[in-house]
Structure formats: C-alpha cells, structure tokens
Design a binder for this molecule. Structure first.
Ligand SMILES: [Zn+2]
Length: 321
C-alpha cells in the first residue's frame, strides 16, 4: 500500500507511480524513469528504461505488474510491443489461420524424404528418424507434434524477418511475408522442413520404412545431419563434385573422385568404435548415423591416408584425424 492507493486518479497514473515507487525503493533516489513500455496486449510484462544520475548511465529493468503489485526482475525480451507470452499467443493464432496454406505448400513441393522407420512398441507409435526417435500415444499426439513443430518454424521465420527489417509487429502483412519466406525455405529444402515433410508423409503413407536409395536421398540425409539447406549442398556439388560435412573432413560424392582415387588404393578392413573408424595407426572420424543409413560395402585407403568408403549410393572420403 502507498499513498497512491488513496488518491483518486487514473489507473494509468497509478501504475506509473507504482512502478516509480518500486524502482526507487530498489535502486535508490538517483534513479529516474525515462520510459515505461508495457506489453500492448496483457499490460503485465514490460521494460523500464532508467537513468542513474550518479553514474550517468541508462539501463533497462524488467517488470511485471499483477494486481497492482510491481515485481522487478531482469529485462524482458520483447517482441516489438508484445511480451514473450502474448507473442506466442499471436503466433498460435497466425499458425491456426495459415496452417492449411503452409501444409499445402509443403505437400505440393518435391522435397525429398528422410530415411525413416515406424513401428509399435509398448503401445506407443514410434518414428525413427536419423538422430531422433519420436514416440506417440495416439494419432492425436502425432498431430499435436506436427502443429507444434510448424509453430516453431513460423516463430523462427517471424523473428528472422523482424530482425532483418527491424519491424517487430505481427500484422496481416507479416502473415503474407511469413508465407513467402516459408515458400522460399520449401524451395531451398531447409533441413527443418525435411523433418516436417517426412513426418507428414509417414502420417499419410502405408509404408513403414524408407531407406536411402539414391544420391538425392544422400543429399537429404547430409542436409539434415549437418543442419543445412539442400539447395546449398546442390550448389556445392555442382561446383566441386562433392558435398562436405561441417568439419570439412568428410566428403560425399556420387562418383569416384579421380584426384583422390588416382593414388594407389589399398583395400582395408577397419574396426568401428562409435564415430571412429580405426585401422592400424590411422583413425578417421565419421558421424555413426552415416554408417547406419548409407551401409558401407568396402573400405579403402590411399597413400595419403585418405579413407574411401564405398556404399550403395555414394562414395565417402575422409581425411585422417
Ligand atoms: Zn503480454
């Protein structure tokens, strides 16, 4: 309780006075409020820009106001004039309105699919993706997952657009922008969309397994594991005839690479321990997911200790580590 509670004045004035009071009490008399920004929607969360006259410093303080009680904390991350919670609500609304359009764009695309396996275990429906196992109690849970995943993607797109243009407002126009950006990501085959596209395919398909059958499937797998866009990898392949992993030590190619093969190749029979391929003193590192899905047929090593793995759909070259 403060004197303000007994004065007949507007709620807005009361609120400002209460915030001022709380901040002064916590930070001392030398602090002045320059600006108060509360979330446009809930008017609960916000930030206060404060000037400390002693240090001549400006800083933000996070506040939340509930039932006239002001809580002071770390500065809130605001999405334009919305707090995080209201921002999430707006995104939910946006996704509900555009979901149909977005799924349509995704399904009409010719995006390749990731390898997968589905089965029932302990009354749960299991989807195995490279590096990931998803479990669902029923088809409703699966639908909820798909929607949640789509929301995350939309949220990410919005934050990206907002940062690029310094426009932190969700409006009917941002809906259009988001659809445009989503379409671009579909054309580029962003790795996040690969997962979404594959799960939707599983939902609508009778098949319970999909393996890696050609080099396009290899590119999709590499994009997903390395968290890259397929369009980027395709460009890389056109330019260099090989696509690389993040470490730049592993390359995937459809055909033999003369520069690496011309040196004398020796067939070897290495042992594999997790991500390591070991032969005598030499060691190579490869994410084990690749071995699982690409199914090695033969291993070779050239005189520079470069490992070559022949698989059904590609050749893998690895520099020693
Ligand atoms: Zn809010």
């Amino acid at each position: 309780m403060s004197i303000i509670d007994f004065i007949n004045c507007s709620d807005e004035f009361k609120k400002v006075a209460k915030i001022e009071f709380a901040i002064r009490r916590m930070y001392g008399k030398s602090c002045y409020i320059i600006d108060i920004k509360l979330c446009r929607k809930c008017k609960i969360y916000g930030n206060v820009l404060v000037l400390d006259t002693r240090a001549n410093q400006k800083f933000y303080i996070g506040i939340s106001i509930n039932n006239d009680v002001v809580n002071i904390k770390e500065a809130n991350i605001m999405y334009g004039d919305l707090c995080y919670f209201c921002f999430r609500e707006e995104i939910d609304k946006l996704v509900n309105e555009t979901e149909h359009t977005l799924f349509g764009i995704l399904m009409r695309s010719n995006m390749p699919l990731l390898p997968y396996k589905t089965y029932i275990r302990n009354n749960e429906y299991v989807i195995e993706l490279p590096n990931k196992k998803l479990k669902f109690n029923n088809s409703m849970a699966l639908n909820t997952h798909i929607k949640k995943y789509l929301k995350l993607i939309i949220e990410r797109i919005f934050v990206k657009i907002a940062t690029e243009r310094n426009e932190h407002y969700l409006s009917p126009k941002s809906m259009k922008d988001i659809i445009k950006e989503f379409r671009k990501d579909v054309i580029d085959c962003d790795w996040r969309l690969l997962e979404l596209r594959t799960i939707i395919e599983i939902l609508n398909s009778e098949k319970n397994i999909k393996t890696v059958n050609n080099f396009e499937d290899v590119i999709a797998l590499v994009a997903y594991i390395e968290k890259r866009k397929i369009s980027e990898l395709r460009n890389e392949y056109t330019k260099y005839g090989i696509i690389l992993d993040r470490s730049r030590n592993v390359g995937f190619s459809r055909d033999n690479i003369a520069r690496l093969d011309s040196k004398q190749l020796i067939r070897i029979f290495p042992t594999i321990k997790g991500d390591l391929i070991i032969h005598k003193d030499a060691k190579w590192r490869l994410n084990r997911v690749y071995l699982k899905y690409l199914k090695p047929l033969r291993y070779f090593k050239n005189d520079q200790n470069i490992l070559k793995i022949e698989t059904k759909c590609c050749k893998i070259y690895i520099t020693p580590s």
